[in-house]
Design a binder for this molecule. Structure first.
Ligand code: PMP
Length: 448
């Protein structure tokens, strides 16, 4: 920062006096004052360094301060720092081209937004206008963002007082064998029953009233639950049968996180609309968007699309996306994420599960893993209940403190820790993180 070099205490004091933090009880939080970050690490003003197993909010897919992306942002700022969305400008055109080339199928038109929730809002709007139908079906275990429609289609067990249960939004159950809503014993059974449940839901809601089915390709915030083979293809088939728009939300899973450019590639499905954000430019400048199929794009060929914001497709954010995608190609980041998941993170986490009774299940792919922590492996009772308050969160708080004491910043959500480091994490960094997890899991074992 070109201005004064503040002390950590001063940064913290101004934060506590004036910053109103998102998703937080303002009096109960104690945010770390961060002095800097590079690659897979960040550090505080006392020089304490943490390996970031969270990638921020699962977005720094190429790590912090990549010199090529920082340089591209600086060059764009010097050249043309901003320009309104209605014009064709080079970084925006180039980002759209590079994204369209990497999204599956014919998702070749890119609508830019400032982040993930706004992408979801627009995908739902496009689906409603395209079909002329009102309803949206979404999963109970899901997270789609913090704005009005996005939070209302979100199903993850947290419910907010602001969530009124919006008319036109219907939730359904998706496959999750470990805590099967269908009481299934095998993946094949879970898949078949989940598809039957969705088929019945569509029939009872009335197919002619349903604009869209919105799913995360692999639900992230709600627990990194990889769907069984055949599930998403089955949903695709139901959408085709009933003229329903299939929206895959790849805000978290896109741009290398799962070891592919987009997680849809794992399952051989092409949605009609695909939302993205986060990894598109590693979150260096806010950016998101919707990749749109040829058929839906054609709906708005002679009829205006009613949506957009002042900063949509901001040149600075698009320049960062262009540089990020080039870095990912040049450095083989997507392939690296797949390999490190297969050879280091997956085997390492499974080995931890063998030794720590508090680990109920390990699941994931690429650099996208969850450990489900339990009190009892037989009953699968979660280590803390859903929506834990501070009093019943002692076990997870102990686990998180154990990680931090060992130099690891963990992602903790209810009874889970998600292992979601940058896609660029090195083998030695991944091993260092696994060692810290090993030490911290002993604290959780005390409650198992
Ligand atoms: N969709 C998914 C799948 C997400 O994971 C998130 C963010 N965690 C969002 C949407 C919302 O994105 P944003 O916070 O950028 O609005």
């Amino acid at each position: 920062m070109a201005v004064s070099r503040a002390t950590g205490a001063a940064v913290k004091a101004a934060d506590r006096a004036h910053v109103f933090h998102s998703w937080s009880a303002q009096g109960l939080i104690d945010p770390l004052a961060v002095a800097g970050a590079k690659g897979s690490y960040f550090w505080d003003y006392d020089g304490r360094r943490y390996l970031d197993f969270t990638s921020g909010l699962v977005y720094t897919n190429i790590g912090y301060q990549h010199p090529k992306v920082v340089a591209a942002i600086q060059e764009q700022a010097a050249e043309l720092v901003t320009f309104a969305p209605a014009f064709a400008v080079e970084p925006r055109s180039e980002a759209a081209r590079l994204i369209a080339e990497r999204t599956p199928g014919d998702l070749d038109k890119i609508f830019f937004t400032n982040g993930g929730a706004e992408a979801v809002e627009n995908a739902v709007r496009m689906a409603r206008l395209h079909t002329g139908r009102p309803k949206v079906l979404a999963a109970y275990r899901s997270y789609h963002g913090g704005t009005h429609t996005a939070v209302n289609i979100t199903g993850d067990p947290r419910r907010w007082p602001s969530d009124t249960g919006t008319a036109g939004v219907v939730h359904f159950w998706t496959p999750f064998l470990y805590r099967s809503p269908f009481h299934a014993a095998t993946e094949a059974e879970e898949c078949a029953r989940a598809l039957k449940h969705l088929e019945d839901t569509i029939a009872f809601e009335g197919p002619g009233t349903i604009a869209a089915i919105v799913l995360e390709t692999i639900p992230g915030t709600a627990g990194i639950m990889v769907p069984p083979p055949g599930y998403l293809a089955g949903v695709r088939e139901l959408c085709d049968r009933h003229g329903i728009v299939f929206v895959l939300d790849e805000v978290m899973t896109g741009f290398g996180r799962t070891g592919k450019w987009f997680a849809a590639e794992h399952f051989g499905v092409v949605p009609d609309l695909l939302t993205f954000a986060k990894g598109v430019n590693s979150g260096y400048v806010p950016l998101g968007g919707v990749a749109i199929s040829a058929e839906i794009a054609a709906t708005f060929d002679r009829r205006p699309y009613p949506g957009g914001l002042t900063y949509s497709g901001h040149p600075l954010a698009c320049a960062a996306a262009v540089a990020t995608i080039r870095v990912m190609e040049e450095e083989g980041v997507v392939e690296h994420a797949a390999t490190i998941g297969e050879t280091v993170l997956g085997p390492g986490l499974r080995e931890l599960a063998e030794r720590h009774p508090s680990v109920g299940e390990v699941r994931g792919t690429g650099v996208f893993w969850a450990l489900e922590l339990v009190r009892n492996r037989e009953t699968r009772e979660p280590l803390v209940p859903y929506n834990p308050g501070p009093a019943d969160n002692v076990a997870m708080a102990g686990f998180a403190a154990g990680c931090k004491a060992n130099g690891l910043w963990p992602f903790v959500n209810m009874n889970r820790t998600h292992v979601v480091p940058p896609c660029t994490i090195s083998v030695s960094e991944a091993e260092e993180g696994l060692e810290a997890l090993d030490a911290a899991l002993s604290a959780a074992d005390a409650y198992a």
